[in-house]
Design a protein around this ligand. Sequence first.
Ligand code: BDP
Length: 660
Amino acid sequence: MAGGAAGRWAVLGALVWGCALALQGGMLYPRDSPSRERRELGGLWSFRADFSDNRRQGFEQQWYRRPLRELGPTMDMPVPSSFNDVGQDGRLRSFVGWVWYEREVILPQRWTQDLYTRVVLRIGSAHYHALVWVNGIHVAEHEGGHLPFEADISRLVQTGPLSSCRITIAINNTLTPHTLPPGTIQYQKDTSKYPKGYFVQNTDFDFFNYAGLHRPVLLYTTPTTYIDDIAVTTDVDQGTGLVNYQIFVQGSDHFELKVRLLDEDGGVVAQGTGAQGQLQVPSAHLWWPYLMHEHPAYLYALEVRLTAQTAAGSTSDFYTLPVGIRTVAVTKRQFLINGKPFYFHGVNKHEDADIRGKGFDWPLLVKDFNLLRWLGANAFRTSHYPYAEEVMQLCDRYGIVVIDESPGVGIVLPESYDNVSLHHHLEVMEELVRRDKNHPAVVMWSVANEPTSFLEPAAYYFKTVIAHTKALDPSRPVTFVTRVDSASDLGAPYVDVICVNSYYSWYHDYGHMEVIQVQLTTQFEKWYQVYQKPIIQSEYGADTIAGFHQDPPLMFSEEYQKDLLEHYHWVLDQKRKEYVVGELIWNFADFMTDQSPMRALGNKKGIFTRQRQPKSAAFLLRDRYWKIANETMYHLSAMKSWCLGNSPFTSKSKNYFSTA
Ligand code: BDP
């Protein structure tokens, strides 16, 4: 690790198979409630990259002990954002090592003077390895760039005379063979070719390793006896929705719990008491995917009220969780949602856009969802890492189905299959399931993308990671995405759905689109023959520079992308009558990668540009997705009127529901 890791990898002890999460504590999304307040710390933070040779000057000089500005120059850094592209210094863009963020916050007296208030610092994402101090005191450490972590800072802010606190976060973006994703540092020691101390970071994934505080950092409060976690699973029995809940409480053993389930009009449809139970909802509105039903994405609200006895008397905590009632199942040929065959017609994405890198941004989020709905996409995969919680919430609300992928991308080197890596991967799956388990939109976990799953240790590795994920969440299928062929893949026996990536007529047979149909047909038939499991074409596509035109088509032109897609679609249309249950284009939008002669300012396989403008293929895909929706939806007549009469897109769109 450049600069050396101050902390060490958290290694799980004995795994608790088949029972609840082995991680301690919940990770409920912070929400305002009558007993809780949240304060986002977005905006400008002070920032300094540690350019010292060993990248450890910040630790040697203890930059967390005093305000950063007292110890040297700082720059303004927006949070959330990646630090790489906001500066004018090229060294910052490719910086590897420790960077330091700092923010001073004034807290309300009611937070600092009430000893029955718990104050929590939550960091939505710090890529990759983070150490956190409050007023110079170390409060948290976290490995992994895509999942939230927290520190209870109540005692720190409630003991001092000051109501201000200084939050310092040091982040190191160095990847090792044991991180997820993995990477390596390569030192170049030949001083006739490279300056002294020269090193680069190498990775086996195809996106830029943006780093920094990528998602909201916030403070929130709860009472000291509080609802720590809620786990909900749902089922349907002859039209009656079943909502199984389990509530975890911290702070006291003496409490009462009451739950109510509210429909979208605020009417109470079921209630219960105690830490676990089942609520029954006769004639339940099910959570349906977008374009599959006239009322997609129906969400109930599970209101939880905790009353506890403390030395100061009775206290209450309230938390409301959105709940979608739906079922997911997999057969040999089908992926079923609410017992009906579901066909994934959607995209792969990246959390990537312009100068903010991977920084969370509301306008971008809303634009992307509007584009998804314009496209008629009903699903995406969180390629190749977990996305922000706010993204998952919007998927629940809009009915966009998610294959929730871990950051297990670029698992290529033999070292990345050893026990240290395996234990870290298990822990990441625990963090991911802990965070996303209650989202109805999440219908499947993907533990990895394109590992070298033909290597001998891959068999035990994926068997273990998949079994662990299933033990954490028996309610969802689990997969990983492969590009290895069916005869050599050692992880495929353990997945529920085969997800295959292929780039026929792109990475080989350049320009020869006439080979696509035969190669793709062979691909599907071989996989099905060996496994008899449903298959998703989880990636396919072609780099396309918006505005490049060539007819007859040549590679990189808009015409080539369109034609290549159409060749794939011809085979997909045959095989979706059999066992192919989905197609996810690579990629929704162009995105940034490392520099290489293979990439012209990033990967250009988007059907939208990085600025979210359509290439010709976007219109092709739009026609296709709405046509498939037309064929596969339920309550067709009602759906027609919904789409033609009320859809925000109908004024612009043609009649996608005519059979002519
Ligand atoms: C696939 C990878 C994806 C790449 C894509 C490509 O899963 O991350 O960006 O290829 O080469 O193999 O465009």
